[in-house]
Design a protein around this ligand. Structure first.
Ligand code: F6R
Length: 610
């Protein structure tokens, strides 16, 4: 939530800041702003609205200078408005601050600062930061930021400029990501790696509590105790093209089409082809520890949670250990029951920065669980705090609606399940090979679904005028139905709900009336007849039934109004295929409804607030 950038060097700062912000717009896009040094003052240009609006105002009006900071906002405290946009400054205008996170004790600090004579001009929590820094400033920005931050409770990634020290930017992080890009005689600051890729691959990824003094010729990093530390350079191996649209109209569509290669990348190197075994060197649990597991808990939010729902099936089948799937925002405020040394907690997070998921990780770790993180972002907070990390290799995911990250999270669930199952010896002879053979077919099968999108587009047109829809399924089909429903509502704004097909008649059926679209996912052969009966129930109420079925299923034509076929694979692996048409359905419905596909209203990619 919110993206911050900074630049210090010998080139014009303005275009570099704007380009960086464009790469971070997925983190928030309700207002934007920049701060640049002028001869007499720090010049701040900011506005409510998208980045293009900032460019309209600032192009040609921004001072020529080589140091600056910028921000793209996702409002938490204070509605989107010009005044609430970042950067913020204190009373004397000497300091400019951009901030991502939440200052939890801001009201107390604000009251105190007002008593000290400070005058506030916004409703934001962030504005206390420049005022605090101004209050503590005695000629050294680094010291003033340290002093200020010692009073602050909450989360922050922050970059600060000071008019009296024009050749420095100070930045600091706690619970919100921050990366420094290292160029020759120039340095870059950003919330996320894609904003740096046009300039450098050499980065410092700041850890919680670290503060950095960034100058043209060097970066000094200090830990929370004020001691200078030698940060290792982290070399990024993503290329810039991977973070660009590459000819597609939207990042979401590009990312949907990248799924076959993302799946291959995630499988790559994790299967021993000679022995037909999964090898996950990244999992630190010993055979004995795996055999001693009494419970696995999967914790995540949103789409990642839906990947966890599939994970429950995958892990229970392969390990025969009971698996619970928890929403991180609920789990963290309960008093979860963990048996130290006997429970594995798997946190799934594309960004690795989701505040609730991170909090759930910490709670579980404190209670003695072993933590396995499944994340897409190398060096992210969950990756650094977990005991083991399974990296999904989806590449940068920019669209707010997650697609390729989800599918690689599913691959992670299957591989982790197989690996733990091998160690526990809970799988039948030949079962691992059968599943691996199935997994190896998936990239081509996804390609084949992507090769014929016209049917999905046509269906999207038909549903695009509706305001309510249902998704139903049983077992793994229900897990995918939940993801299909979320995808549709988040980008097309059509209200959609997913139900376990057998549950409909316990209440929801009352909402199924003539013409209401019902997407029925029906690939699980052991409950095929049951789901068919449920389809008949909604058909009898004149619902408009779109079935997602296995190629070759003729029976389904008799009960559904429309059928989308997907290639056959093991029932167990079908979520990897059924989710693709559902992603496309959401995409085209959003497009037809003229919605902003990559940046849906009110949402942001990385939810670093609770
Ligand atoms: C929906 C979506 C979100 C995320 C959720 C968790 O398309 O992307 O529901 O899945 O915000 O984010 P991560 O995976 O970064 O923890």
């Amino acid at each position: 939530m919110c993206g911050i950038v900074g630049y210090i060097g010998y080139n014009e700062a303005y275009p570099i800041l704007i380009e960086g912000l464009k790469k971070l717009e997925y983190r928030g896009y309700d207002s934007a702003g920049i701060a640049l040094f002028e001869k007499e003052k720090i010049d701040i240009i900011k506005t409510v609205g998208r980045l293009e609006k900032l460019e309209e105002i600032a192009d040609g009006n921004s001072p020529s200078c080589q140091v600056g900071i910028g921000h793209t906002r996702w409002a938490t405290h204070g509605r989107p408005s010009d005044e609430n946009s970042h950067p913020h400054r204190g009373c004397n205008g000497d300091f400019a601050v951009v901030h991502n996170g939440i200052i939890e004790n801001y009201q107390k600090l604000k009251d105190w600062l007002i008593k000290e004579g400070h005058v506030f001009s916004s409703e934001t929590d962030t504005e206390v930061l420049p005022h605090l820094i101004e209050h503590f400033y005695q000629g050294e920005l680094l010291t003033a930021v340290r002093e200020a931050i010692s009073r602050v409770e909450g989360s922050y990634a922050m970059a600060v400029m000071c008019f009296r020290e024009p050749d420095k930017i100070v930045c600091i992080r706690k619970d919100s990501p921050l990366v420094i890009g290292i160029g020759k005689d120039e340095k870059y600051i950003a919330s996320d790696i894609p904003a740096l890729l046009a300039y450098t691959r050499d980065t410092y990824i700041l850890d919680d509590g670290e503060i950095a003094l960034v100058e043209r010729n060097g970066v000094k990093v200090f830990n929370g105790n004020g001691e200078a530390i030698n940060k290792e350079i982290f070399k990024v191996d993503w290329d810039q093209e991977a973070a660009e649209k590459g000819g597609f109209d939207h990042f979401m569509l590009k990312e949907i089409y990248e799924q076959p290669s993302a799946i291959k990348e995630t499988l790559e190197g994790r299967i021993d082809l000679d022995k037909d075994e999964v090898k996950l060197k990244e999992i630190s649990l010993t055979r004995e520890e795996v055999q001693g597991l009494s419970k696995i808990i999967i914790v995540a939010c949103g789409t990642a949670y839906h990947a966890g729902l599939v994970g429950k099936f995958a892990l229970e089948k392969t390990t025969r250990v009971p698996v619970e799937v928890e929403l991180a925002s609920e789990y963290r405020y309960r008093n979860p029951i963990i048996e130290p040394g006997k429970n594995l907690v798997i946190v799934i997070s594309q960004s690795g920065e989701t505040a609730d998921t991170l909090a759930a990780l910490r709670i579980s770790k404190n209670l003695g669980a072993s933590i396995l993180a499944v994340t897409n972002v190398i060096g992210s907070s969950v990756a650094r705090e977990a005991d083991s990390v399974f990296y999904t290799k989806a590449g940068p995911e920019i669209a707010v609606a997650s697609t390729k990250a989800y599918i690689t999270q599913l691959i992670a669930m299957y591989l982790i399940g197989l690996y733990l199952g091998q160690l526990r010896e809970t799988m039948a002879p030949g079962e691992v090979k059968e599943i691996l053979d199935g997994l190896r077919c998936v990239p081509n099968q996804v390609e084949s679904i992507l090769a014929s999108v016209e049917e999905v587009e046509e269906l999207a047109r038909k549903i695009s005028t509706r305001e309510n829809m249902f998704f139903i399924g049983r077992g793994l089909d229900y897990a995918v139905a939940q993801e299909g429903s979320l995808k549709l509502k988040e980008i097309s704004y059509i209200h959609a709900e997913a139900y376990a097909a057998g549950e409909l008649k316990h209440g929801t059926l009352a909402l199924v009336t003539e013409g209401v679209p019902v997407v029925a996912v029906v690939t699980q052969r052991h409950v095929y007849d049951k789901t068919l009966s449920n389809i008949k129930e909604v058909s009898a109420r004149d619902a408009y039934v779109i079935a997602l079925a296995l190629k070759g299923d003729e029976e389904i034509n008799k009960v559904a109004d429309e059928v989308l076929y997907v290639p056959q694979n093991l029932d167990f692996l079908m979520p990897l295929l059924t989710v693709v048409p559902l992603q496309l359905l959401a995409y085209y419905a959003a497009l037809i409804r003229d919605c902003d596909v990559d940046k849906p209203r009110n949402l942001a990619k990385s939810v670093t607030v609770e």
